[in-house]
Ligand binder design. Structure first.
Ligand code: ADP
Length: 220
């Protein structure tokens, strides 16, 4: 990101700039914690890196591609193939099984005909340790299990970058540790770049580096 600014309610009397010129480079394969007080702009930053939102000014390059000039269709395509998301709330479809949730991002992707999609989802479910629960409805799983399904789903398209916005915020200590360990393992084994927003100093200390956002600026 170079000179990234973000204002909400642009052109209205309540226009507020919440990111004030962010310069940030995350290298491929890094596991990076993003910390800072509530309201400081961490989610806004993550949404811009994740191409869910556009900056008001500045440039964002993802996987070598300059994104600021891309149209919505191209952004959606790049996002779908390069970026996985895990949020504080799992956002699973609770009436679908764990396995079906993991298949969702692959539906309609040319490289995943039905059987390949199923095999990849089965492998991901196994990888997050949920094979015995693969056919359970997502709504019937524990919070920690649901978040592990969400991690498997985020990795379905084998993204280069995984963005995790307080994925352990709602979990007990042991489940939080398990989800963190999963992210770490995918980072080490697959080289997935991870940006991990957390309020947990112990988990932040286990990342490769920490970025602190305060009042819409990076400290340090
Ligand atoms: P954090 O993730 O660090 O808690 P956010 O990025 O969610 O911070 O929010 C930064 C600031 O931007 C806050 O003051 C918040 O109220 C404001 N904000 C976030 N999203 C919007 C929005 N869609 N419209 C207006 N203001 C917003």
């Amino acid at each position: 990101m170079r000179g990234v600014r973000k204002a909400y309610n642009l052109g209205t009397p309540i226009e507020t700039e919440v990111l004030h010129g962010i310069d940030l480079t995350i290298r491929r394969g890094e596991f990076c914690a993003i910390v800072g007080p509530s309201g400081s702009g961490k989610s806004t930053l993550l949404n811009i890196v994740g191409l869910l939102d556009r900056p008001t000014a500045g440039t964002v390059r993802v996987c070598g591609e300059e994104t600021t000039t891309l149209d919505d269709h191209a952004l959606t395509r790049l996002r779908g193939h390069s970026i996985g998301f895990v949020f504080q709330y799992h956002h699973l479809i609770t009436a679908f099984t764990a396995l079906e949730n993991v298949m969702m991002p692959m539906l309609g992707a040319a490289e995943f005909p039905n059987e390949a999609m199923r095999q990849r989802a089965l492998a991901l479910i196994a990888n997050v340790g949920l094979t015995p629960w693969q056919d359970n409805l997502a709504g019937n799983l524990s919070g920690g299990q649901q978040q592990r399904v969400a991690v498997a789903r985020a990795l379905a398209m084998n993204p280069a970058v995984l963005l995790a916005d307080e994925p352990t915020g709602n979990l007990d200590t042991q489940s939080a540790d398990e989800v963190f360990a999963l992210l770490r393992r995918f980072n080490t084994e697959q080289g997935t770049t991870v940006l991990f927003v957390t309020h947990n100093p112990a988990l932040a200390a286990r990342c490769d580096k920490t970025i602190e956002v305060v009042d819409g600026r990076l400290t340090g």
